[in-house]
Design a protein around this ligand. Structure first.
Ligand SMILES: *Cc1c(COP(=O)(O)O)cnc(C)c1O
Length: 373
């Protein structure tokens, strides 16, 4: 009798290698989600990889960039652009609002030589969302290249690179798509590929390089991968897109819109001094709702108190200086549900009451509930 091996198989570990055909099929699925005919390149890292890679590929000393800042990511993009040698005009708007197409039009009037525009669609960190379709029309009229961070909007609201004239549209799966954080994707227009090819400073033979993927993967017919793919993350990305297809993208987006509307209405009715951080509902992102604490209540302390009652709630304080005054309700992915929103508001209400600010949970529930109809 022969001895059987005693090695124990494991669901995550003993997988066949991910084939090039399988990898390409996941790219095609992401392209369908974005309704784009552009090349979609899946990158083997968190979304910062294509965000940085796309800027370093397209920007150089000859670039004149308009960098829109509506939160911390816009700040980072400006730093990369300057590091590439670009001339950068920052257009910063207060975090409680959004940028307008007119703001962008005015910037072009002042600096007609602008040939690159960077914009964050929605900012989970500040809770605002920008009118990309309208801004895209202005950018296209001016012939500039349009770079968009859609990590926090994809799955929560429409993201349509082709219809909006976006040349570089970066997504990650870890927010409203309810997927993995370790892979990301960028759709690339022909114009953007041409800009990269003409840029002597674009990363080549580098992990940051988009051109490597263009030359050795896209143009070579997607037959052989550049390196072993992040297999678990690729499978998780495929599963999460499949789950969105099954539920229906419209339904997933509607869940996020309802979660945002319910949080906004519920927080306002809760009392205790909480207010929506973003003044106008139309400028508030469906992915996450930010709230302003009343004077004398430190947001990070209130959140810590709320999380002590239930550490699984999707609550966080704002980053950096915002930790004093901003609460983030991260009602995305699996948390874009009535239960998660209700529990988050109830925990914040209890924490406010503990802090000597009476709240009315019943009024909160009544105000939040219609958002789900
Ligand atoms: C969340 C997010 C990202 C990804 O960043 P993480 O820090 O990895 O979550 C990028 N851009 C925007 C606008 C985001 O909201």
């Amino acid at each position: 009798m022969t001895e059987e091996s005693t090695a124990v198989t494991h669901p995550f570990l003993d997988l066949a290698p991910l084939s090039a055909a399988h990898f390409a099929s996941v790219e095609d699925r992401v392209a369908r989600l974005l309704d784009t005919r552009q090349d979609v390149v899946i990158m083997q890292g968190e979304a910062l990889l294509p965000l940085e890679g796309a800027i370093r590929a397209t920007a150089g000393p000859g670039t004149v960039a308009l960098n829109v800042i509506t939160g911390p990511y816009g700040q980072t993009f400006g730093d990369w652009l300057r590091d590439c040698g670009a001339t950068v005009h920052d257009l910063a708007v207060p975090f409680h609002t959004a940028v307008t197409a007119q703001d962008v039009r005015d910037a072009f009037a002042e600096h007609p030589e602008i040939d690159f525009v960077s914009l964050v669609h929605a900012e989970a960190a500040t809770g605002n969302t920008n009118p990309v379709a309208e801004i895209g029309a202005v950018v296209r009229e001016q012939g500039a290249l349009f770079y968009l961070d859609a990590v926090a909007s994809v799955g929560a609201e429409p993201v349509l690179p082709d219809a909006w004239g976006v040349d570089l549209c970066v997504i990650g799966a870890q927010k409203a798509m309810g997927g993995p954080a370790g892979v990301s994707a960028v759709s690339v227009s022909e114009r953007a590929w041409a800009r990269m090819a003409a840029n002597p400073r674009a990363p080549r033979r580098s992990y940051l390089s988009l051109l490597d993927w263009k030359e050795r993967w896209v143009d070579a017919g997607r037959k052989a991968l550049l390196h072993a793919p992040a297999q678990l993350e690729m499978l998780a990305l495929e599963a999460c897109v499949e789950r969105i297809e099954t539920e229906g993208l419209e339904t997933v987006m509607a869940r996020h819109a309802s979660a945002a509307a319910a949080t906004r209405a519920g927080a306002s009715a809760l009392g205790g001094g909480l207010e929506p951080y973003v003044h106008r509902a139309a400028e508030a992102a469906p992915v996450a709702t930010t709230l302003r604490t009343p004077p004398g209540v430190v947001a990070s302390e209130l959140v810590a108190r709320a999380l002590a009652s239930d550490p699984t709630l999707p609550l966080a304080a704002g980053g950096g200086a915002l930790a004093k005054e901003m609460i983030r309700v991260n009602h995305y992915g699996a948390d874009a549900t009535p239960r998660a929103v209700r529990a988050s508001l109830a925990a914040l209400g209890a924490a406010l009451t503990d802090a000597g600010r009476p709240t009315d949970l019943n009024a909160c529930r009544l105000a939040a509930e219609p958002a789900w109809r």
